[in-house]
Design a protein around this ligand. Sequence first.
Ligand code: NAD
Ligand code: TYD
Length: 358
Amino acid sequence: MIFVTGGAGFIGSNFILDWLADPHAEPVLNIDKLTYAGNPYNLSSVAGDARYAFVQADICDEQAIATLLSRYRPRAILHFAAESHVDRSIHRSDEFILTNVNGTFNLLNKSLHYWQSLPERERADFRFLHVSTDEVYGSLAPDDPPFSETSPYSPNSPYSASKAAADHLVRASHHTYGLPTLTTHCSNNYGPYHFPEKLIPLVISHALSGKPLPLYGDGQQIRDWLYVSDHCTALRAVLARGRIGQTYNIGGWNEQTNLHVVQTLCDTLDELHPRARGSYRELITFVKDRPGHDRRYAIDARKLEHELGWRPTESFQSGIGKTVRWYLAHGDWVAQVRSGAYLNWLRQQYGDHPPGAL
Ligand code: NAD
Ligand code: TYD
């Protein structure tokens, strides 16, 4: 079987659903602490599948991780579990250090002991795939080339700094002890099951409730948007054929300003779910900028294309269309994640003047 950490989150749950859609796929054990961002409901369609199992555990828990490894003997670990929201990391970073750094360290340590105990054949097959981010490379100027695998590390937020620390520990585990690791750096994902504190689902949810659509600063920051199922395909390719010890960048070849993203969402909603009067664009509201806001991220994914033949299949237009349709059809999911924790975060972010909670 394979282990997936953080499989109840946005990308992890998409990965598990995508993995199990293949009738020949190996079983999956999803190890998730179920923080505010983890939602087992994302996986209700596979809950009855004999190939799927879930364990609520913290990746920092030494005993739990060691026991799971010796009991289930996975042939691979895909490590998604993390605190993932930049704005939260700015307010308070403790959990980011605990999970992203200490948790990854614990997982690596326990994986190393487990891997060293395996018979030679199983040892050769084992992989530890660490899911990282393009944010570890810092921010690009308008004319800079996109980030490649050799771009220097330059993390700017507590979130990206904690992911960078984890990347270095993964690298050291391979270099020093030979643990068969793979590291991926993906750009901003979007698609189904995206928690509505992040830009795209937040804008859709607010628009549908007639609430302001908050754009930080001038809205001219650039992100390289990757549809989540394209990301899952890339991860499967890296797991199957990636070279041990290597890093691979995964991006959508799809740079967009935040303003353009929000306008595209408004136009798509105008078409699929028109307001009684006017356009959703009227709800766009410029708010105070994020401290230390990175201006531009962009990924050069040619290594993945040349070595493993992967390219994204979704265009921005088609991906946004699918995403908006999914949110329109899954109001129940959005209602379910409207939790106290989320409302607390909005209060912390905007004080007494929120631009509109879910
Ligand atoms: P998410 O916040 O939606 O989900 C994180 C999951 O990890 C949740 O289910 C949560 O319960 C679980 N988790 C958190 N702390 C844990 C702990 N201590 N032990 C066990 N489980 C724990 O995140 P996501 O957007 O799905 O991101 C997944 C991975 O991809 C992360 O490592 C993130 O850094 C990386 N990434 C995400 C994006 C993106 O656009 N979402 C972009 C680049 C990289
Ligand atoms: P986000 O989805 O938080 O991802 P990240 O910070 O990891 O890139 O934000 C994407 C971009 O959208 C980022 O430049 C911040 C901006 N943003 C807004 O303008 N308004 C918002 O309400 C949010 C959540 C993000």
